[in-house]
Design a protein around this ligand. Structure first.
Ligand code: AP5
Ligand code: MG
Length: 230
């Protein structure tokens, strides 16, 4: 959006909190590129690239892929021309070393992360959501839930008629490990961004429309403060 200060936004939150659901909406709302590391890695696995080969076993277990594998993937994307006015990150950073590497990269580009939004949901809710999630095979950012957000026709994506599938890591044991990994490795980032004064919380238990509206409110406040030079 010309004339507006850049928005370099991080979506934080446990598995199933709705990062992908919101990311898909926000990229259209703000016309910014959206980089979801989970989607990028799943595509790499499918294509059989070197990154995909390195990532697969970690993803299948619900562990994080090594920092050095993912940092390069994101560093490459945020310096593309399309990300000049800002970007939305979903699933990155996920460890303190990743956050530090991102800060370092942004410094090199003479930019900084402007906002981190934590989408808060309980673990019970996560289990309910991931148990019923379906994703479009052709475009994984098209996300549904059999109960909370069903497609018009069962098993078929409303947007491109792609087949709806269950993600390999949405199995009960793997979900449990993803949650434990989140608590151990990713939750420390809540303090990391809070200490830098750029963290806001959103109650993720609300409907997707309400969560989206709340995020818009946060960004509007941020832009007002930037205009006022706060
Ligand atoms: P990734 O794909 O990022 O998985 P995740 O973080 O576990 O998050 P999810 O995609 O499962 O959930 P989400 O928050 O996007 O929720 P969604 O919108 O789909 O990562 C997968 C794996 O890749 C990792 O385990 C790791 O191995 C690897 N990886 C990725 N990034 C990495 C990194 N930086 N470093 C190392 N490894 C990395 O919603 C979930 C469901 O809920 C859907 O069915 C949806 O319809 C429904 N829903 C959404 N919002 C609402 C709502 N408000 N009310 C009711 N239902 C809702
Ligand atoms: Mg996601």
């Amino acid at each position: 959006m010309p004339g507006l200060p850049e928005l370099n936004l991080i979506l934080l939150g446990p598995p199933g909190s709705g990062k992908g659901t919101q990311g898909e909406r926000l990229q259209e709302d703000f016309r910014l590129p959206y980089y979801a590391t989970g989607d990028i890695l799943r595509a790499a696995v499918k294509e059989g690239t070197e990154v995909g080969k390195q990532a697969k076993e970690f993803m299948d277990r619900g562990d994080l892929v090594p920092d050095e594998v993912i940092i390069g993937v994101i560093a490459e994307r945020i310096q593309q021309a399309e990300a000049e006015d800002g970007f939305i990150l979903d699933g990155f950073p996920r460890t303190v070393p990743q956050a530090e590497a991102l800060d370092q990269k942004m410094k090199e580009l003479r930019r900084e992360i402007t906002e981190a939004i934590l989408i808060d949901v309980s673990e019970d809710e996560v289990v309910r959501r991931l148990g019923g999630r379906r994703t479009c095979e052709a475009n994984p950012s098209h996300i549904y839930h059999v109960e909370f957000d069903p497609p018009k026709k069962e098993g078929v994506c409303d947007l491109d008629e792609g087949k709806l599938i269950v993600r390999d890591d949405d199995k009960p044991d793997v979900i449990k490990n993803r949650l434990a990994t989140y608590r151990e490795k990713t939750e420390p980032l809540v303090d990391y961004y809070d200490e830098r004064g750029i963290l806001n919380h959103v109650d993720g238990k609300q409907s997707p429309d309400e969560v989206e509206e709340r995020i818009h409110g946060i960004i509007a406040t941020l832009r007002r403060e930037e205009e006022e030079g706060m």
